[in-house]
Design a protein around this ligand. Structure first.
Ligand SMILES: [Zn+2]
Length: 243
């Protein structure tokens, strides 16, 4: 399994998930389809699927167009999210295969939108799994609570994403890393020291690979963090990540 990131719009990320033995590929949130199709052509890929994380235009807005440009491509999206161009609705726990070796597991991670789906993707034995978290989990932060409650976001992050079968590389929907870490510094400075400061100093931009090298693991036993999180969790939420 190989994953390529394709920066789109101002700070969005789309991704290509590639099954290397068959050259079949899935695209995640192809808001600017031409860019993904060019990247696919460059690498000799056969686009089979679209995985849509949620209904917002900067994620699902390219679905109709990519269907015109790639006849027969299947478009997946959450059953509660009314995703534009969706041909295959998914529920929590549904599985989709790609090529010879890739399995995609749909995880319902609501709050940013009601039907938000994260996709947990596994390849061959020994390869690192990946999780595509859209606007639920960013690096060092989480998405705005547009259609859900703090309890739902907590469940999505700390239970659903926090209990993945194996730790996974996180591929998120936007480049918000520095902004999130600046906020995190005001909430939990000790956790941001070291790696977080190094990232802030590295001028993270959308043209570079997203900082997905944080392994996502549950970390919810620290009462002092709960207290601070509860008091600062309106709007852009914050979840401490392990490094
Ligand atoms: Zn969104």
């Amino acid at each position: 399994m190989k994953i390529l990131h394709v920066p789109c719009l101002e700070d969005n990320y789309s991704y290509l998930i590639i099954d290397e033995s068959t050259k079949e590929a899935a695209v995640v949130d192809p808001v600017e389809p031409e860019k993904l199709i060019n990247a696919a052509n460059e690498h000799g890929l056969n686009l089979k699927l679209v995985l849509t994380t949620h209904h917002h235009w900067d994620h699902a807005g390219g679905n109709e167009k990519i269907k015109e440009m790639v006849p027969g491509i299947k478009v997946y999206g959450g059953s509660l999210d009314n995703v534009k161009g969706c041909t295959n609705k998914v529920e929590n726990g549904d599985k989709v295969s790609l090529g010879a070796d890739i399995t995609i597991l749909a995880l319902h991670t609501p709050c940013h939108t009601k039907g938000h789906i994260s996709y947990y993707v596994t390849g061959k034995e020994g390869e690192d799994p990946a999780v595509f978290t859209g606007d639920t989990l960013f690096i060092a932060g989480c998405g705005k609570f547009f259609e859900g409650t703090a309890e739902q976001m907590y469940q999505s992050l700390c239970v659903t994403l926090g209990s993945l079968p194996k730790p996974a590389q996180v591929y998120c929907g936007h480049e918000y890393t520095v902004k999130n870490l600046q906020f995190a510094l005001t909430v939990e400075p000790d956790n941001v020291k070291g790696t977080g400061e190094a990232i802030m100093g590295s001028e993270t931009t959308q043209s570079r690979a997203p900082h997905h090298s944080f392994n996502y693991r549950r970390r919810n036993g620290d009462e002092s963090i709960h207290a601070r999180r509860a008091s600062r969790c309106s709007g852009q939420g914050w979840l401490p990540l392990s490094r």
